[in-house]
Structure formats: C-alpha cells, structure tokens
Design a protein around this ligand. Structure first.
Ligand SMILES: NC(=O)c1ccc[n+]([C@@H]2O[C@H](COP(=O)([O-])OP(=O)(O)OC[C@H]3O[C@@H](n4cnc5c(N)ncnc54)[C@H](O)[C@@H]3O)[C@@H](O)[C@H]2O)c1
Ligand SMILES: [Fe+2]
Length: 391
C-alpha cells in the first residue's frame, strides 16, 4: 500500500567502477571549477589514496590547490572552521573529499561555513537553515558505510558540549559521488565490517521507519542484498575488487534510502554511544541493530519478515512472525561471522562502554532527532532497556 504522502530527492551524479577516480578533473571542469581543496585524513593519505587522486590530475586543466589531511575521526566544529579559513585563503573553488564519513562530513561542514560567508559552523545546526547554495563538492568515499556521498546530512562533533550535531539540508548533497574499488581496498577488516554494518543499518532502518516509501524501499532492498552478498567477502579479503565495488554500491544505495526515509532508534542510540563514549559509529550500530529490531518487533514484524529473503533466508516459510525472527537471527549470524574474521565487538561492554555510563547514553539518545522516525515511540526507560540488553 502506498503511503498517503512521500517525497524523494537525490541530485547527485554517480560514477561507479574501476578507475572512476580518473574522471574527477573532467567533472570539475563540467562544474566550472578550476582549483580544488582536497580534504582527507592521515589514515587515507597514508594508505596512498591521495597519490591516486593526484595522478588523475597529471595532465588536466583543473588543479589541486591545497591538500588538507588533518581531519580527525569524527569531525569537529573547531576543525571545520579552520578548514573553511584555509579554503578561503588558498582561493579554492570546490571541495574534493577523499575519505570516510568523518572526512566527507568535515568537507560538508567547511562548505557551509565558506558558502554562508561565516566563521562558525555552530550557527547552522538543524534542519533546512542554510540560505545560500553551497560550492560544488565531489565526494570520493574510501569506506563503504556512511553513504554521506549521497546524503543531505553532515554529522559534526561539538567539542564544547560532547555531542554529535546533525546538519540537514537539500543544499548539502555533493554534486558528484565517485565509487572506485581502488579507494576501499586498503580498509582494515574490522573497519570494513563496522562500516558495512552501518550501511546495513541505514537500509534496514529506512525500510522499517515511519517515513518509509516505495522508492527508498527499492534502494534499501538492493542495499541489503548487496551487503548480504559482499560484506563477508570484503572483510575476509580486502583485495576482492568485486566485493569492494559491491559494498561501495551497497553503502551508496543505503545512503539514498535513509537520506529520504531517515533512520530510527539504532542511530539515536549509536550517536549517543559515539558522543558519550566515543564508540565508532559502525560498531555501535552493528551491536544495537538486532536489539532495536526486537524492540520494534510487534509493530513492524511484516517489514522485518520481508527482509529475510534479502539476507539469503528462505522466502515465505511459515508465519510472518517466524520469518521476522529468522531475519534477526540471520543478522546475528552475520555479526558472529564478522566477529570471528575481524574482531567486530558483539556487545557494548566489549566496545569501550562502561556500565555506569549507560544511563547517560540513554538520556542523550532520547534527545536525538533520529528517534522521531522510529516505528515505536521510546522513552528514557525504553532506551535504557535496549542498552542494558546490548551491554
Ligand atoms: N553524513 C552522513 O550521512 C553520515 C551517515 C552515517 C555516519 N556519518 C558519520 O561518519 C563518521 C564515520 O565515518 P566512517 O565510518 O566512514 O569512518 P571514518 O571516516 O571515521 O574512518 C575510520 C578510519 O578509517 C580510516 N580509513 C578510511 N578509509 C580508509 C582506507 N581506504 N584505507 C585505510 N584506512 C582508511 C580513516 O583514516 C579512519 O582512521 C561518523 O562521524 C558518523 O557520525 C555520517
Ligand atoms: Fe550511520
């Protein structure tokens, strides 16, 4: 049945395939840009990935004006402001973000500050508060998880308040997303596993949340099937080019889905685990996903049941609830396999969460915007219950 109302938007040009990076200078020219600021981090630069981007510019008119590689894990407000200042003083005219979600969101944040002619990202927190169109951004994800290359979201850590803030606007979509398997082959197994579970969580939350719609269901479905086919393969053998490209596409499809449908309680709790205890985003999602599906079970078991064949389970066997339980069990099997391959933690206690911080995390989670879209309402006690079960 169609929802009474829905909307869908994704204005991003997508390049996917081996050597897609070589098209970046051409795309810059199409966008009317000449001098790019490359944003990255030490891990990505150390893996030799900026060299690949520089090679693409060897005989191009467009040029790289400055390379900024100081992005920390989880972008921060002060760093975003510093990057914006450098961008202006180097007279660049577009961003090329080469990295995981932390890098992509840092570039998005700096783009807000530069384009609004401001000096402080904190003035623009919230939903659709941006007034000016942003400068062009080309996003080259080097992890397969956040989908930030096709989302209207930037998540930035507020150093003064110890919370992760969301910036949401249709103006935040990058102009071009470049998926090239060369750029993800160096991701270590545990980060491959964690980021892949972030993508799976985006797709499953998009498919089960209150804003789900028929177009994003198609993207979520395709993403879940790709994760089911390729995540274990990519974690086991990082050089498996087909699996890497499969996961890059899974992440992108899931990003399109959740940027429109939104997410839910898994993300609300994961943001809080990140803000309070610095648990990496994908690890927190991976641990919490089955527990939140159990919490949401009575309300959305038909949707959860539909996911079962997407994860390789037998279709249409027995009752809906039985099938929905099988979906959760297949997710747990996938987690156990990833744990054996890469050490991906299965419980919050193994991910650096001290038991006495759980009430603080629960309190932060109930103020997170993602919770609004969860199919079952949740109060403090409910969040606490899920966190305790996942501990
Ligand atoms: N904007 C969105 O729509 C959105 C969605 C979900 C999450 N996020 C945010 O994204 C951030 C997490 O991003 P992430 O999970 O991609 O991790 P990340 O960007 O923090 O990177 C994790 C680590 O992996 C390393 N790395 C990245 N690519 C590599 C490569 N190819 N080879 C070797 N090392 C590599 C990095 O150097 C870093 O140390 C969080 O801040 C989260 O809140 C944003
Ligand atoms: Fe996420």
């Amino acid at each position: 049945m169609l929802p009474r109302y829905y909307q869908h938007y994704c204005p991003v040009k997508i390049l996917s395939g081996n050597n897609a990076v070589s098209n970046i200078p051409y795309e810059m020219e199409v966008l009317g840009c000449r001098k790019a600021m490359v944003v990255t981090d030490k891990g990505v630069a150390g893996a030799g990935l900026i060299t690949i981007v520089k090679e693409a510019f060897s005989d191009a008119h467009a040029q790289i004006g400055h390379i900024f590689d100081e992005t920390p894990v989880d972008s921060s407000n002060r760093l975003v402001n510093k990057l914006a200042q450098i961008f202006v003083s180097e007279q660049c005219d577009c961003f090329i973000a080469v990295g995981g979600g932390s890098v992509l969101d840092t570039a998005k944040g700096a783009n807000i500050v530069v384009s609004e002619g401001s000096d402080d990202i904190l003035k623009f927190q919230g939903n659709e508060v941006l007034k000016k169109n942003l400068l062009p951004m080309i996003a080259v994800p080097t992890t397969s998880g956040t989908g930030s290359e096709v989302t209207k979201v930037a998540v930035i850590y507020n150093e003064e308040m110890n919370i992760k803030m969301s910036f949401v606007s249709d103006k935040l979509y990058p102009k071009v997303a470049v998926l090239d398997p060369k750029m993800t082959m160096t991701v270590p197994p545990k980060i491959t596993a964690a980021t892949g579970m972030d993508a799976l969580t985006h797709a499953i939350e998009a498919y089960t949340c209150i804003q789900k719609n028929p177009i994003d269901d198609i993207f979520a479905r395709a993403a879940i099937e790709l994760v089911s086919t390729y995540l274990l393969r990519a974690t086991e053998n990082g050089k498996d080019e087909e699996a890497r490209l499969g996961m890059a596409n899974a992440s992108l499809f899931a990003g399109i889905a959740f940027s429109n449908s939104m997410v839910g309680m898994v993300h609300a709790l994961a943001h809080a685990c990140g803000g309070v205890c610095h648990v990496p985003h994908g690890i927190a999602n991976a641990i919490l996903l089955p527990y939140v599906l159990e919490y949401n079970f009575e309300k959305v078991s038909p949707d959860i049941a539909e996911i079962c064949p997407m994860l390789g389970g037998a279709p249409e066997q027995g009752e809906t609830k039985h099938q929905a339980l099988q979906t959760i069990s297949l997710i747990r099997q996938m987690q156990k396999a990833l744990n054996a391959m890469s050490g991906l933690p299965l419980r919050l206690r193994d991910a650096g969460v001290p038991e006495d911080r759980i009430p603080v995390i629960a309190r932060a989670a109930i103020n997170d915007g993602a919770l609004i879209f969860n199919p079952v309402e949740a109060e403090y006690e409910d969040a606490l219950g899920v966190l305790k079960r996942a501990f």
